[in-house]
Design a protein around this ligand. Sequence first.
Ligand code: SF4
Length: 227
Amino acid sequence: MSLEERARRERLLSQAAAAADACRKCAIGYERRHNVYGEGDPCARLMVIGEGPGETEDEQGRPFVGRAGQLLDRMLAAIGLGREEVYICNTVKCRPTVAGPYGPRNRAPDPEEMANCRPFLDQQIEIVAPTVILALGSPAAKSFLGRDFQITKMRGRWYIGPREIPLMVTFHPAYILRQTGGEIEGVKRMVWADLRAVRAKLDEPVSPPSESSELVEARQGSLFGDE
Ligand code: SF4
């Protein structure tokens, strides 16, 4: 990727982020502290898309920070990718909340909010033009694959995403962190299989691959090691 092309994409993303920051199309646009547009390599081959910013993301104006973000970092590292090498964003750029006894709580974005914000997401996908999209969690998957998508039954396969980019769905890191007891190992196994499929897809079109399969395999053990 030429320096000129990288600079062009950075400029376009910066302009789009400013437009998103000014947007008040949804009620949550008035309630959020920061617009969380997205961040990462403008020339990334992998784009990771979650559902929406949570409390910590809203505070910091960055996607996937806090415990779920740290787990995402480890998931990416397990397939040989640093956070700075991918592009990370959400289906909506403002934090969806619901009133709770101690203040606003996170909630999943509703279909109208996702539809309102979709032009920003589509624009990001067009600018970054990733090789692979990884959707994290059911709301993000449904935004691409329809409301009938059932993550427990339908994750772990390749779908045709926007702009015909291969799309993989796996569980959201926050969901993984909520698992307890005997369910943890099963969820970890499924997520690891999905991540390996992403790594293999990234290794398909360009050569040489950046990681050997043996090295990726060796990292499986440490993927969730400190959970
Ligand atoms: S969620 Fe998206 S469309 Fe809605 S107000 Fe925020 S930036 Fe605008």
